[in-house]
Design a protein around this ligand. Structure first.
Ligand SMILES: Nc1ncnc2c1ncn2[C@@H]1O[C@H](COP(=O)(O)OP(=O)(O)OP(=O)(O)O)[C@@H](O)[C@H]1O
Length: 269
């Protein structure tokens, strides 16, 4: 079995008396996509923030690319290396970009920080990354205000990929987009994974979205994992009642109000 690119063991985070993440363990294989699902407040974002280094774990271990990152980095170099290995794309494409900076300049900034490419090679790489996410030259030199939500999220993905991360965390990255635009960005993510071999940690409350991208799923409730397994199995034959509840609350073909769905499940057992 391939060694995990990301390993999380016994991860815990408390804020004062509040337990945001109780005890979470999972692993992600290179090039795979693991979704962390759960309703609002279940601790998904806190897990993502700890993995990328924005939040310090109260307990537990995070190993990415074979190196421990449970403790803060000891040097600027270490910080930069960690930043290169794991990148994150947030939910809100409107606030995640500098309004004064063109997408090309934003991507170039990351290339300058994380690579030793000369200016001409950086320009070529900016064009390559733009192609990877489906943005043209005009869009790459526009101001973010002149781009649509989907285009901005493509910029955020291109910028995140500029450091050639092995792991990309997508924290509700398509949640703010219209359904048709969501589908386009999810297609971009599928292409990117195929072409680069990057692994995804995909945080979402939306099971319909998760179905399109994830190989495996962990289901979080109140800071703990209540179910895990291959995506199709968890979505089509959930073992845990909470997963059934989540699934039942997704409007779509066969949708029923959650309470009734749960009662029916219980009656059927
Ligand atoms: N900085 C913080 N200070 C205090 N409590 C926090 C902080 N960050 C998160 N929490 C709490 O931790 C719990 C988990 O929050 P988290 O954002 O990780 O959940 P989530 O599943 O990602 O939900 P959402 O999708 O709404 O962001 C919540 O009860 C939240 O209020």
């Amino acid at each position: 079995m391939t060694e995990a690119i990301l390993e999380v063991e016994g991860l815990r985070k408390t804020f004062g008396d509040a337990v945001a993440v109780a005890d979470v363990s999972f692993s992600l294989r290179p090039g795979h996509a693991l979704a962390v699902v759960g309703e609002s407040g279940s601790g998904k974002t806190t897990v993502a923030r700890m993995v990328v280094g924005l939040e310090r774990p109260t307990a537990g271990r995070i190993t990415a690319c074979g190196r421990d990152r449970s403790q803060p980095p000891r040097s600027a170099r270490e910080r930069r290396r960690r930043g290169g290995e794991v990148q994150i794309v947030f939910q809100d494409p409107y606030s995640s970009l500098d309004p004064r900076q063109s997408p090309a300049a934003a991507v170039d900034e990351v290339l300058r920080l994380h690579t030793s490419l000369d200016p001409a090679s950086r320009r070529r790489r900016v064009t390559e990354l733009a192609g990877l996410v489906g943005l043209d030259e005009r869009q790459m030199s526009a101001r973010p205000a002149g781009l649509s939500g989907g285009q901005r999220q493509r910029v955020a993905i291109a910028r995140a990929l500029a450091s050639e991360p092995r792991i990309l965390i997508l924290d509700e990255s398509v949640a703010a987009l219209d359904v048709s635009i969501q589908a386009q960005v999810l297609n971009v993510l599928t292409d990117v994974r195929e072409r680069t071999g990057v692994a995804y940690l995909f945080i979402s409350h939306d099971l319909a979205v998760v179905r399109q991208v994830a190989d495996e799923i962990v289901v979080m409730r109140d800071g703990s994992i209540v179910e895990r397994g291959p995506a199709a199995r968890v979505l089509d034959e959930p073992h845990h009642q909470y997963t059934r509840l989540l699934r039942a609350s997704v409007p779509g073909p066969g949708w029923r109000p959650a309470r009734r769905a749960i009662r029916k499940e219980q009656e059927a057992r």
